[in-house]
Write a new protein. Structure first.
Length: 167
């Protein structure tokens, strides 16, 4: 690392620690030539992610668009901002874990919808009404019936294998 004061190469790391919830490494360095200390930050390089809109346009991924949509869906619900931010972080993590450089907006919307079902049913219906562009009350009723039907499907029962016991 080049010293910002004397421009010589070869600084050494004195101290390293995590910063920004572990997503960044903060390093204190010292220049062996001039003896001055300085701080550097190391972050994981995020691959630019493009969202492909339904009309074919491409725009950079904006986490805030998802956050604002979820906040509006959760309006007047007893859901803390911390839970909403964690929810959006999970969606962003899932999107970035696809390792795709371009992701269709429809795929993002479906990810949000699938996660909202378990997060909060009222927020799910509110989000669905905008995302799916409900035209009338029958669209609401159909979505509510689908939601109820998905809740009634029994969970698969996990059976444990019997232990080998000495007889």
């Amino acid at each position: 690392m080049k010293c910002p004061y004397c421009q010589k190469d070869g600084s050494r790391v004195i101290d390293s620690r995590a910063a920004d919830d572990g997503s960044t490494i903060r390093r204190r360095r010292e220049c062996p030539h001039c003896g001055r200390r300085f701080t550097t930050y190391e972050v994981v390089e995020k691959v630019p992610l493009m969202v492909v809109k339904q009309d074919g346009r491409r725009e950079p991924f904006q986490r805030d668009k998802i956050l604002n949509g979820i906040i509006r869906s959760c309006d007047k619900r007893d859901i803390s901002m911390e839970r909403i931010v964690d929810f959006v972080n999970g969606i962003e993590r899932e999107i970035r874990n696809t390792m795709e450089r371009e992701i269709p907006s429809k795929k993002i919307g479906e990810m949000v919808m699938n996660r909202l079902k378990d997060f909060d049913e009222v927020a799910y219906i509110r989000f669905a009404s905008v995302y799916r562009k409900f035209a009338d009350v029958t669209n609401f009723i159909d979505e509510l019936n689908e939601l109820e039907a998905s809740k009634k499907q029994p969970e698969p029962v996990m059976r444990r294998k019997p232990r080998n016991t000495k007889e």
